[in-house]
Write a protein that binds this ligand. Structure first.
Ligand SMILES: Nc1ncnc2c1ncn2[C@@H]1O[C@H](COP(=O)(O)OP(=O)(O)OP(=O)(O)O)[C@@H](O)[C@H]1O
Ligand SMILES: [Mg+2]
Length: 285
């Protein structure tokens, strides 16, 4: 499902006053079924950008088109409900939103809310709990009795249960151990492929960008300042430096090798495999 931002500005209500503009005249087009990473310094507006996509933050100016639904300052409750069903949003530390007395009830909450009958919702819960790599037995436990990684998976299962067309994820691996994080990222990639999702991932981890993203959006001070394929973004060192972004390890190593040998590798290397290949092509190994 395609997403288009047309001149979107947004701010927050802070007590009695409005904040300065947090999103400023954002124009952005995200292709259906693409995998996009959103990066940028802390406070750049990444989470706010995600919130606009599922109508949690309404534009003050401009509109966002999510498939055939328009989100604007004038959106109706019906339109927002429609968009929330299509856009599954996994917040940073989503486990903080678990609330029910059993995992099953927690996962069924979304589908029931959107009018799915109880039996069908329970069936979906059994499917999604497996898809996040957990045993069915866990459905009858209290979400609060689970480990951090299990809680994260349950929270994500609750989003998948809504069968979204678009999955937006805000640092889904934050705070997990490296294995847990890798597993969650693999799962996200496989749902993306199998379900034909449009996936948007906010991350500070350039290894994830290198490994999973087809498109990269850089945000700074509420604006989209770059939108391109990873190869182009990671070739542009001045751009990365300007926005205080780091490089994936393989690319860092590539630059060092090129400096020390004076040999230019024939392509931009973002992963270890790329680098091994590049070194062989250049005849350096
Ligand atoms: N609920 C809110 N009320 C008021 N201001 C907010 C609110 N949420 C975010 N902001 C402000 O909006 C700006 C952008 O915040 P946002 O959370 O979108 O940044 P971010 O790029 O996701 O940062 P991080 O990488 O730290 O998560 C910041 O200046 C922040 O202080
Ligand atoms: Mg954020």
């Amino acid at each position: 499902m395609q997403i288009n931002f047309n001149n979107v500005s947004a701010d927050y209500q802070v007590g009695p006053i409005r904040s300065p503009l947090i999103l400023q005249a954002v124009d952005l087009s995200i292709q259906s079924k693409s995998f996009t990473a959103v990066v940028g310094h802390t406070g750049a507006g990444k989470s706010s950008l995600l919130k606009v996509i599922n109508g949690l933050l309404l534009p003050k100016q401009g509109e966002v088109y999510v498939g055939t639904t328009t989100i604007s300052a004038a959106s109706s409750k019906k339109e927002l409900k429609e968009v929330r069903q299509r856009v599954g949003m996994v917040f940073q530390f989503p486990e903080a939103q678990l609330f029910a007395e059993t995992v099953e009830k927690d996962i069924c909450f979304g589908p029931l809310n959107f009018g799915i009958p109880l039996n069908e919702a329970k069936k979906i819960a059994r499917q999604v709990i497996q898809q996040v790599g957990l045993e069915e037995e866990i459905l009858h436990k209290s979400p609060f009795s689970l480990s951090g990684g299990q809680k994260r998976r349950v929270a994500i299962a609750g989003i998948l249960a809504m069968k979204p067309n678009i999955l937006v994820l805000d640092e889904p691996g934050a705070g997990l151990d490296p294995n847990g994080k890798r597993e969650i990222m693999h799962l996200i990639k496989s749902w993306h492929m199998e379900r034909g999702l449009t996936t948007i991932l906010v991350t500070h981890d350039m290894e994830d960008v290198a490994e999973y993203a087809e498109q990269v959006v850089i945000m700074d001070k509420g604006q989209v300042v770059a939108h391109d394929v990873p190869n182009k973004i990671f070739a542009n060192l001045a751009l990365l430096e300007k926005y205080h972004l780091s490089l994936p390890d393989a690319r860092k190593l590539q630059i060092r090798i090129e400096k020390e040998t004076g040999v230019r590798l024939p392509k931009i290397c973002l992963t270890v495999d790329d680098l091994a290949n590049g070194l062989m092509m250049a005849g350096l190994v």
